[in-house]
Design a protein. Structure first.
Length: 243
């Protein structure tokens, strides 16, 4: 039978004497001691433990970028759908934290692509910071809806438009994303792309029938947003489309 290394035993005893309320595995990750964390996992530490903020071990490991720890946790069949305090899932953290390979590994292990946080966001709405069309295609293949909206009415197309992810936008539109969907305050994907000055995104939306004359709850159109932020080329596109 294998024994806990002396170092691990010492750390466990020290944490206990110190009255620390976080589990040893969480503390090892917070201290940046990936080697100790891996040892504790192999020695039977609670892989579904949570910290004082109610974040599970898997979420902490993903957030801090400990990919080897995440792979070890997955090998031990950790709960891949364990939500943190705000309802954020490990998959959402992997996507937003720019860990596409971890996101794919989580999906392979059964991560729920439609799980929502407290704001109604799911993995599709979180959206990677890079134009990773393959990852979005995987989410769609696993059943994520392209017209899912959060509590504010924000859709995946709106997020992709704001980020200027033209390839993801093309995929979403091809899959039936509503080009003129509006949020609770009336904003659209076109308004968001215009605000950021994403010329190709604006051009793509217009080519797919986006209405440049739609107004939000403040009476603003896409060109209003472009003008506020001095997006000259976008303003020219919108003016031509409006005419």
């Amino acid at each position: 039978m294998s024994r806990i290394p002396i170092l691990s035993l010492f750390v466990l005893l020290s944490l206990s004497l110190a009255g620390c309320s976080d589990p040893p595995l969480i503390n090892a990750l917070d201290d940046g001691d990936e080697k100790l964390a891996l040892t504790l996992i192999e020695q039977g530490a609670d892989i579904n433990a949570r910290n004082r903020a109610d974040d599970p071990v898997l979420a902490v490991a993903i957030r801090d970028g400990y990919e080897e720890v995440v792979q070890s946790l997955l090998h031990k069949n950790v709960d891949v759908n364990a939500k943190g305090d705000l309802g954020v899932t490990p998959l959402m953290l992997a996507i937003s934290g720019e860990h596409p390979e971890l996101a794919r590994a989580l999906i392979e292990r059964g991560a729920d692509v439609n799980a929502e946080d407290r704001m109604g966001n799911n993995a599709m709405i979180i959206m990677p910071l890079k134009d990773d069309v393959q990852l979005i295609q995987l989410l769609i293949d696993k059943g994520a809806g392209v017209n899912k909206v959060n509590k504010n009415g924000l859709s995946p197309l709106m997020v992709a438009s704001f980020l200027g992810h033209v390839e993801i936008m093309k995929l979403l539109l091809a899959q039936g994303a509503k080009v003129d969907a509006q949020t609770v305050d009336g904003s659209t994907a076109l308004m968001r792309a215009a605000r950021q000055g994403h010329v190709e995104a604006v051009r793509l939306l217009l080519a797919n029938g986006a209405d440049p004359k739609l107004r939000n709850s403040d009476g603003e159109m896409a060109i209003t947003w472009a003008r506020k932020h001095n997006r000259q080329e976008v303003m020219e596109l919108l003016t031509a489309a409006g005419d």
